[in-house]
Design a binder for this molecule. Structure first.
Ligand SMILES: Nc1ncnc2c1ncn2[C@@H]1O[C@H](COP(=O)(O)OP(=O)(O)OP(=O)(O)O)[C@@H](O)[C@H]1O
Length: 316
């Protein structure tokens, strides 16, 4: 039995179709990233999954229970951990008191271990908590009853780099002991670090579900090459496989007309930026022929992943 199965899930808010015929399956023991820009419909799917809102059409099952059946869902929820994008705790309670309330409702199998990892200031009232501390306390309440399935909405928002790393190591170890994790994000880098498979939602429509490696391979890298001497544009444009959207700078050209004119000149440019889907060895061989000042290779931003593979900019 899969952890999550959605079939034709649709949610309309008046004119807005927040989820449009969304179908996918999350298998047990995988980390599934749900990626999309702001307003794409990620939170809507999560709220439908947990029965906070009802679908306009379609449905699904979570841990084998019907998401539109309140009684079935109550049973499943004992085995689920959920962290919303904006966790709301009693402002006047201390962190410790919040944990006691949660322990009373759903049990506490492992808060000591979680507190060592995430370490929110337990004796301070929630009203004095920073955004990051609320998130850390939220991670403890999400995992403390040792759930089978965890659903996280933008889990690392507000966490510093050290905590992000700690969180990443923690969820991978949890996955290895059998936990299923479904999380939403609009940050490709975060999805890349964490997940096995990714579903991409855009303007309410699921545009792809695939292994993260396949997505990253297709989306390429953004490469910037700076050389001490000018390099002809054709070096990268024609001489290297997998170069797209080449931009040049640092040459003699001052405006677009001059850029066109200079394209065929042997003078060339000192700075080349492009999206690269080819082999890194070929790139290094190409740049190795020149006096290199700087070389950066970065992940393609989410926007360019959408633009490159799904066309247009609607919803991005
Ligand atoms: N209660 C609501 N009433 C009306 N429209 C809504 C409601 N909730 C969400 N929407 C709309 O549905 C669409 C999807 O919103 P949703 O919050 O699911 O997106 P999201 O991908 O989670 O975005 P973000 O990354 O910004 O949190 C948006 O156009 C949003 O304005």
């Amino acid at each position: 039995m899969a952890a999550i199965e959605l079939e034709g899930l649709t949610k309309e808010y008046g004119e807005v179709v927040a989820n449009d015929d969304v179908s996918f399956t999350v298998e047990r023991g995988e980390i599934f990233g749900y990626l999309g820009p702001n307003g794409a419909g990620k939170t809507t799917t999560i709220r439908l999954l947990l029965g906070f809102i009802s679908p306009t059409a379609g449905g699904g099952r979570i841990l084998g229970r019907d998401i539109t059946d309140e009684r079935e869902l109550i049973e499943a929820k004992r085995r689920i951990g959920y962290l919303p994008d904006d966790p709301q705790f009693d402002e006047s309670a201390t962190g410790r008191e919040v944990l006691e309330v949660h322990a009373g409702i759903k049990g506490d199998e492992r808060s000591d271990e979680l507190l060592e990892l995430f370490d929110p200031p337990l004796d301070r009232p929630i009203r004095e908590y920073s955004h990051g501390n609320v998130r850390k306390l939220g991670l403890v309440t999400t995992f403390m009853h040792d759930p089978e399935l965890v659903i996280l909405d933008e889990p690392t928002s507000g966490l510093d780099p050290l905590m992000k790393q700690r969180f990443a190591d923690f969820v991978r170890a949890e996955r290895d002991r059998g936990l299923t994790l479904f999380f939403s994000s609009h940050i490709l880098g975060e999805v890349r670090r964490l997940c096995d498979r990714v579903g991409i939602i855009r303007a309410g429509n699921l545009v792809t579900v695939e292994p993260i490696d396949a997505l990253l391979h297709r989306s390429g890298k953004v490469v910037r090459v700076v050389t001490a001497d000018s390099v002809p544009r054709s070096t990268f444009e024609d001489g290297l496989e997998g170069v797209h959207d080449l931009e040049v700078g640092g040459g003699d050209a001052l405006d677009d007309a001059a850029v066109d004119a200079a394209d065929s000149s042997p003078g060339g440019y000192r700075e080349h930026t492009f999206t690269f889907t080819g082999a890194v060895d070929d790139l290094l061989a190409a740049v190795g022929e020149y006096d290199l000042v700087d070389l950066t290779i970065e992940e393609a931003p989410l926007e360019s992943v959408f633009l490159r593979f799904y066309g247009g900019d609607e919803g991005v």
